[in-house]
Design a protein around this ligand. Structure first.
Ligand code: ADP
Ligand code: GLC
Length: 480
């Protein structure tokens, strides 16, 4: 079976969040199941060295954003089809925004071109290779299923995966001409219109053969107004083709026994060696190295979604209860400022690094006792999975994939030896303070804490089960 992935991020080449981790690891997990994956990805500046050593396999004169070509190259176990269109992608800044953080004003043309290049090769094939299934990720790939809807023509089946519904990819209705979208499909309900605009994600949800999201709980949550963010209507209408498949993690890249970014490697039998990582982490963030209480970490985009404003309110309680806090993140200026201010107010107890640093995120997982994830919504979440693998117990809000991956260390779980972290209900300073008290009590019992760490490290967090679920979904949709 051949599968074409369409994505705007792919680790380790270009990453702003978990989508990249998933796009980077899933192809490798599908390979052993007999699925040949190629991945269409924009040729951003970071990808240019790969473009230089790849082979041109297709060229287009008239994508929505002008000319472009696809360059095939193998790298890090992934077969990439890089969309080389310098006028769209070879610019400074991030994948979606300029160096000042402002969204590029031609994003509809940039990602419309990505989707259209993917659709064209799906029709025409690439040197004899044709996809059976086209798998589009998030709004950036959302137009692919629409471009592929050609009544009467045999086309591959399409799967649309929602990683983050908070980004619908909304552009003015006038863009539909430029994007080459059929005018008679510009309507609400089952069309691609959304309140007078073109919405790329909605288009994908309306036109794909299957819709998935990245955890079973989130698949239920998005059917409600609270979590659907205005797309609950189309999702309810298509609930029969919607399912949740939990993300896995790359267990080779995230292996505490072999991780080169750690000061000291360890496994579940040598947990005391985490201390070496803690010492390195404390040094880097100017935290008191002799402190005795639990060290909590945060590794996150600093956005509304992640509930970190509520955590800021709970910092005095965290410190008063004997905890330390290490923060690695970047994003909303007011949150960056709030964590910097907390580090000044509580020297040695709170430390933060405002920025993005992949290697440091590994050291943080290696050296902390617990990872705090107070998200208001969380489609899956990956940092709690990394935490489990590194014996860094997740302290998480009961929502989405967080609820599906962490076993609360309540009394029954403690007695049965199956707890792997702590769940709480209310994302507020009080809600977080409440769960912190439970963490402090459990941490004081060193044997209980170690039992939780070992249970966490035993938990299955790789891709095997979920890759089989995707393979089964592809089979199912193909058999129709
Ligand atoms: P989301 O995709 O919503 O940001 P996930 O938990 O799925 O959330 O994935 C976030 C990914 O980004 C993880 O791999 C996490 O380690 C990484 N990450 C987030 N912020 C930073 C940062 N400041 N530095 C390094 N890695 C980060
Ligand atoms: C999104 C979600 C996150 C998920 C990631 C990968 O960015 O916010 O919960 O883990 O995508 O699917």
């Amino acid at each position: 079976m051949n599968v074409l992935m369409v994505t705007s991020e792919c680790a380790p080449f270009i990453k702003t969040g978990g989508l990249a981790d998933v796009a980077g690891a899933l192809p490798g997990a599908l390979g052993p199941l007999g699925i040949d994956v190629k991945t269409v990805l924009p040729a951003y500046p970071a990808l240019m060295p790969l473009v230089a050593r790849g082979t041109e396999v297709a060229s287009f004169g008239d994508l929505p954003g002008g000319a472009g070509r696809l360059v095939e190259v193998e790298a890090e176990g992934v077969t990439l089809l890089l969309l080389d269109a310098p006028q769209l992608f070879d610019r400074p800044g991030g994948p979606y925004s300029d160096p000042a953080g402002k969204d590029w004003d031609d994003n509809h043309r940039r990602f419309g071109s990505l989707a259209q290049a993917a659709a064209r090769i799906s029709f025409d094939g690439l040197l004899g290779w044709k996809p059976d299934v086209v798998h589009a990720h998030d709004w950036q790939a959302g137009l692919t299923p629409v471009y592929l809807k050609q009544p009467g023509v045999p086309v591959p089946k399409t799967v649309m995966t929602i990683h983050n519904i908070a980004f619908p990819g909304r552009f003015g209705g006038h863009t539909r001409g430029e994007l080459g979208l059929r005018g008679d499909w510009f309507y609400p309900g089952a069309g691609y219109e959304y309140h007078g605009d073109v919405a790329f994600l909605k288009a994908g949800l309306a036109f794909a053969d299957r819709i998935t999201t990245v955890s079973p709980t989130y698949a239920r949550e998005i059917l409600t107004p609270k979590f659907g963010m205005g797309l609950e209507g189309i999702l309810q209408a298509r609930a029969d083709v919607l399912s949740g498949i939990l993300n896995g993690i790359d267990t080779a890249a995230w292996n505490p026994a072999k991780d080169k970014a750690l000061a000291q490697t360890f496994d579940s039998k040598t947990l005391a060696r985490k201390a070496g990582n803690r010492a390195a982490l404390c040094k880097q963030l100017a935290l008191d190295p002799d402190h005795q209480g639990p060290l909590f970490c945060v590794i996150s985009r600093l956005t509304e979604q992640k509930g970190l404003d509520a955590l800021v309110g709970a910092i005095p309680h965290l410190v008063a209860g004997g905890g330390q806090l290490a923060v690695l993140g970047t994003g909303a200026p007011e949150l960056e400022a709030a964590f910097k201010a907390a580090a000044e107010e509580f020297p040695g107890k709170v430390g933060c690094y405002i920025g993005y640093d992949e290697a440091f995120s590994h050291l943080m997982q290696g050296g902390s006792d617990a990872i705090l994830i107070p998200s208001r919504f969380e489609p899956c979440g990956l940092t709690q999975l990394y935490g489990l693998r590194y014996g860094t117990l997740p302290v998480v809000a009961r929502t989405g994939g967080l609820a599906d991956t962490v076993i609360d260390a309540n009394l029954a779980a403690l007695r049965a030896g199956v707890g792997t972290g702590f769940l709480f209900e209310e994302v507020s300073a009080e809600g977080i303070a409440g769960v912190l008290d439970r963490v402090f009590r459990t941490y004081a019992d060193r044997d209980a804490w170690q039992m939780l760490q070992r249970a966490a490290m035993r938990q299955e967090v790789g891709w095997d089960t979920s890759a089989r679920a995707y393979a089964a979904l592809y089979q199912e949709v193909l058999s129709e």
